[in-house]
Design a protein around this ligand. Structure first.
Ligand SMILES: [Mg+2]
Length: 254
């Protein structure tokens, strides 16, 4: 859906994608968590269902639209994923008066990577969209993600997509989360362009769309979670699935 007809024709130089929930299927993340929780229940013999434990685990990690919680929202400073998953692990066990040992934390870290490697999936359209954009030599293709460098490295290597991007800008690198201007500015510097010359695609209205729009970027919101399009006027385009961004992007960069 195009909200307004802009008369000006822009010469776009860069397209940036969010990763989690945008190129990567957030539901597959939940499946990885489900299998992790099954193992936690077995190890500690917990009287809980994996479904309930996933809800509890996610509540320590994510906001309701599945974007990472800031540990300290006032400062919005970066917290390593290892630290947040450790906190979530402690959180789920605290209900059963269990305090995990250092060995338990190592076990959980292994469990985390093992299950994310096994279950995390990209959306089926992701490769096609990336390749289509890469066909256009004049467009810089980047990632802007609230992610850790080691997790990004791990996950992008699992998918074999790391080399496909001209730049990857992470919250760990910048030590701040979206929608703070700094992370977008660092990404724009890498692309050597202005906000007005770029497009931001993401599933979080608060992080990707507000953050992108504040920098003057053209924004495409993949509204997967809320189903509510009201008062979301910073999105230039609103779609419900990644595949719908394809014709919009093609049209913008042709
Ligand atoms: Mg996201």
């Amino acid at each position: 859906m195009r909200k307004e007809d802009k008369k000006e024709v822009k010469n776009y130089k860069a397209i940036f994608f969010d990763f989690g929930g945008t190129l990567m299927d957030a539901e597959s993340d939940n499946i990885a968590h489900f299998h992790m929780m099954k193992a936690v229940i077995k190890k500690y013999n917990l009287p809980a269902s994996p479904e309930d434990l996933v809800i509890r685990y996610n509540s320590f990690l994510f906001t309701k639209d599945m974007t990472l919680l800031e540990v300290n929202p006032q400062e919005k400073s970066f917290t390593p994923l290892l630290k947040s998953t450790k906190r979530a692990f402690e959180g789920i066990l605290s209900k059963y008066d269990i305090t995990p040992s250092i060995e338990d934390f190592y076990w959980f870290k292994e469990l985390y990577f093992e299950n994310h490697k096994k279950y995390i999936k990209l959306f089926p359209e992701t490769f096609e969209i990336i390749e289509q954009i890469r066909n256009n030599d004049s467009i810089h293709l980047g990632i802007i993600s609230d992610i850790d460098n080691d997790y990004m490295d791990f996950q992008f290597n699992v998918f074999g997509i790391k080399e496909m991007f001209d730049s990857i800008t992470t919250s760990e690198e910048v030590q701040i989360y979206k929608p703070e201007a700094k992370i977008f500015q660092v990404a724009l510097n890498k692309a050597k362009c202005q906000g007005e010359e770029s497009i931001m695609v993401g599933d979080s209205y608060k992080k990707d769309i507000i953050g992108g729009k504040n920098m003057g970027m053209t924004t495409i919101w993949i509204n997967t979670f809320s189903g509510d399009n009201t008062d979301k006027n910073k999105a230039d385009f609103i779609v419900t699935h990644l595949k719908e961004t394809f014709p919009i992007l093609n049209n913008l960069i042709k």
